[in-house]
Design a protein around this ligand. Sequence first.
Ligand code: ARG
Ligand code: ZN
Length: 849
Amino acid sequence: MKDAAPQTIYLKDYTPPSYLVDSVHLTFRLSPEHTRVLSRIAFRPNPDAATKDFFLHGEELRLHSARIDGAEVSPQMTLEGLTCEVPDAPFIWESDVEISPIANTALEGLYISNGMYSTQCEAQGFRKITYYPDRPDVMSVFTVRIESDLPVLLSNGNPVAQGDGFAEWHDPWPKPAYLFALVAGELINHPDRFTTKSGKDVELNIWVRPGDEDKCAFGMEALKKSMKWDEDVYGREYDLDIFNIVAVDDFNMGAMENKGLNIFNSSCVLASPQTSTDANFERIEAIIAHEYFHNWTGNRITCRDWFQLCLKEGLTVYRDSQFTSDMRSAPVKRIEDVIALRGRQFREDNGPLAHPVRPDSFVEINNFYTATVYEKGAELIGMLKTLVGDDSYAKALDLYFDRHDGDAATIEDWLKVFEDATGRDLSQFKRWYEQAGTPRLSVSDSFEDGSYVLHFKQDTPATPGQDQKDPRVIPIAVGLLNPNGDEVVPTTVLEMTEAEQSFRFDGLAAKPVPSILRDFSAPVILQRDSTNEERAFLLAHDTDPFNKWEAGRALARNGLIAMIRDGAAPDAGYLNALQAVLRDDGLDPAFRALAMGLPGQDDLAQTLVDLGDVPDPMAIWQAVETLKQAMAQHMQDLLPRIYAQYQVDSPYRPDADQAGARALANAALALISRMDGGAQAQAQYDRADNMTQQLAALACLIADGKGNKAVQAFYDQWKTDRLVIDKWFSLQIAYCDPDQAADIARALTDHADFTMKNPNRFRATLGALAGHPAGFHHASGAGYALLTDWLLKLDPVNPQTTARMCSAFETWKRYDADRQAMILAQLDRILAQPGLSRDTTEMVTRIRN
Ligand code: ARG
Ligand code: ZN
């Protein structure tokens, strides 16, 4: 039955559910191998449904008995659940099923991780717990009874009863099954309280395994800040008496917004200065905010079907990025987000896995929790806000919460709210949700008689299943500078709606220098023939921090491309301009640290493809190495001064100021290290009292080939801390010589601490290999073979994580015939595996086509 051909599901086939659910009562008798789940579900026919067929999803369940209105029934089993004759009136369904949490290595449904029970139901995991209409447009009120000897028994909503060996929870807010959660274990809580703006007192807890209780304080502060921020900025208040967060070691994703009971990958909540880097702290704060914000954007207003995933994810990512901007530095956050967008989403949009922000078909929905749905989805919200303005955005959001509270909504509902609040027609904007691919925006300009004209052309390459693209509305934020660096036209948003369009600025004394796409006002690739002088000028004078950074990045990129294509020497103009930026103490250290970064090697490969070249990953790696060496030499006097100036003397705090100083000093260290044989890095390693300093020094030592001693010392120091050991695994691969990457990764998979059952450890090792372009795409093919060996081993154990990691191969069409042939052979080897999961089959098939 499991081997039936995977079915494609289409948005256009959506039909309302045949039956609605008024209430759900669940009883769990927990046991590792034989958990019993008793359900009592009140159904009624849906007056809006086209059919009266009764179907309940169910997978990997052993049905012991089923009853309708008290009378035993014998349902017919189908491929994905069961059907049954039912009355044409409200009725009570009861079932008794058995499941085995201990056998559940896929980490979907109810499973056991390190002795604790935990669940993950989004997107379609609830059907592995009991028979149910497992679709987000069926919302109901849940009451849950947990029977177990374990001391901590948690579910959604508010606690209603507790006694020896049991606990009962009731969630008054109707919710879809994907928001159900249950946790049971020997857990310790880090408690706190929050009073909402209307005076409601809420109990807060972070639950962890014994030994982790000293890593909860930061997460708790982040939670309280998030609760306050959502009240202040969006007017959204929390709506239960209690809010629980639980840390789980084995988890496929980052975290999950289950109503009142958020479950987190322990790497996304546990934090301490000794074990977490500044980047970890920032990310943890953002993820806690993200899951908390889902309480309104996701839970109170959920999605009608999984095609609408971006309705909750795009909006919630946008909200968490606003939160981080408010808590830390807005320009720094914007630059970080764009680096990530280009690194992951542009890559996806330019390859065989490209799909619209709202896909119109899928085989396995878990394969669509992508950078496109999340990050590009968030960019669309940002563009919408730019187009309608801040006040209208606030008005539209109020209307959205007002009109759709309690609904399972769609993108059409979302856009209608904006149309009603602003009177704008958003039909063209909707193309952003429907068309895949990254638009190329090319610009030319002219100046005559005091009039400056910017001429834009938009063009989106074909993507799978979409050859023709219609022009989109693109908000292009532009400012103009005069030749001595003063801004003559402050930021203005041009609204491009045509395939080609010109915009004119009158009354200018001289031809200005344009600063285009300020704050990255649209997720497009800007193509402009500009000179390096002009880029250096913008790097020095642009008032928009994003474009100031972008000018430096363009200089670096062009220099690298010239080195790769023409064997040019490192660009002295870039080195001088960068040096001037680093010397400018008026600039935020975090900004300067970002300015020292170079475009990613994968990013450079895509640039070369856009120029009509076949990229050679080794040549790219070599050019980056040569440029770094030139930077180290060119600034050899300045770097030690910066390094000394930005040492942090006060006790460690994970705030933006200290993190920025450390980021700048550590960026300097990475270059100093190339000149001093690693002496400074070793000294920093030896005196480090926090993970940011320790890890940065270790990375330098590994990159310089001087890491053996420190690698061993680090392991001895941290061998009992699994999250730190994940860093140990990944760093050795991330910073190694490309010729050795596959061997080092293979040796690490033989290490006693390697286990593929823990997704974090698997990603730390094989994900690090896939993230090392020159190592992974090594001409020997050893990287491809090693990853494939492990994907084949992992697939029967954990299809979700396997399928996600297949995207390592998504760029294969860029490369030369030899590499293409080697990758195709590996993809075919995967497809040939008997019993390959639906998840992995879909991914590899799409990549291969
Ligand atoms: N909704 C979660 C979040 O973004 C992600 C959970 C996705 N899980 C999955 N198995 N697809 O916060
Ligand atoms: Zn989310």
